[in-house]
Design a protein around this ligand. Structure first.
Ligand code: PRP
Ligand code: ZN
Ligand code: MG
Length: 219
């Protein structure tokens, strides 16, 4: 009997909604607070609780079949690792909305992305930022940071940032001004594009049927 593993964020903006959505599909888990693996009780779907940034790689490496993660992270990892492919978005979800935006110091005279040609841009999304800027003919010098991107301009290590914005509080607190939105993102359910066993794909269809019922009821 095959089982399906779903990776979700352990703690953060997507955690509660991801778990809640799966529970709304009738899934029950034998959970233990400190464990990363939750066993599915009445349906052969298990959970893996991990850092959101690791979810696309876990799918590409075949560690799990499904994952719930932001489109921004999925796109970034596909561009970095796989020429832009390797994951299939099964369903966009109604939570985790945010935007990847360029922001500059309040005093900057820049008025659009074009004004950042040749500028140093700090980001945790180097491949996605570079690709989206290239589409606009802007060539940037990417300064890759894994976190606290918003402090880079103040420290003098970057001229601008490309980071997620949701309420705008982080930008305001760091005297940054949103210059231009590059990418709109929401959480989504992904699967690896690698082929699945027939048994697993039947199981996936059953899960998706339940999910579609839940998503329709939420509309
Ligand atoms: C994003 C981003 C900012 C914050 C912006 O972080 O990096 O820190 O959210 O939100 P705001 O506009 O509401 O202030 P995220 O939630 O992805 O956390 P992480 O960087 O720790 O992954
Ligand atoms: Zn994160
Ligand atoms: Mg952050």
């Amino acid at each position: 009997m095959s089982r399906i593993r779903v990776a979700i964020q352990k703690s953060g903006r997507l955690s509660e909604s991801s778990l809640g959505l799966l529970q709304s599909c009738g899934l029950r888990f034998a959970k233990s607070k400190d464990k990363l693996f939750w066993y599915g009780q009445d349906f052969p779907v298990d959970l893996l609780l991990v850092r959101d940034d690791d979810i696309p790689r876990l799918l590409l490496d075949g560690v799990c079949e499904l994952g719930i993660v932001g489109q921004n992270i999925a796109r970034e990892v596909m561009l970095e690792r796989n020429g832009g492919s390797g994951l299939e978005e099964l369903r966009p979800l109604q939570f985790g909305g945010c935007r990847l935006s360029l922001a500059v110091p309040e005093a900057s005279t820049a008025s659009s992305a074009k004004d950042l040609d040749g500028a140093r841009i700090a980001t945790s999304y180097p491949a996605l930022t570079r690709a989206l800027l290239e589409e606009q003919g802007v060539s940037a010098r990417i300064v890759e940071l894994s976190g606290s991107v918003e402090i880079a301009p103040g420290l003098g290590t970057a001229d601008a940032i490309s980071d997620l914005v949701s309420t705008g509080t982080t930008l305001r607190a760091n005297h940054l001004r949103e210059l231009q939105e590059l990418f709109r993102s929401t959480a989504a359910l992904y699967r690896s594009a690698a082929p699945m066993s027939e048994e697993s794909s039947t199981l996936l269809d059953r899960l998706l049927a339940r999910l579609d019922g839940v998503l329709q009821a939420q509309e």
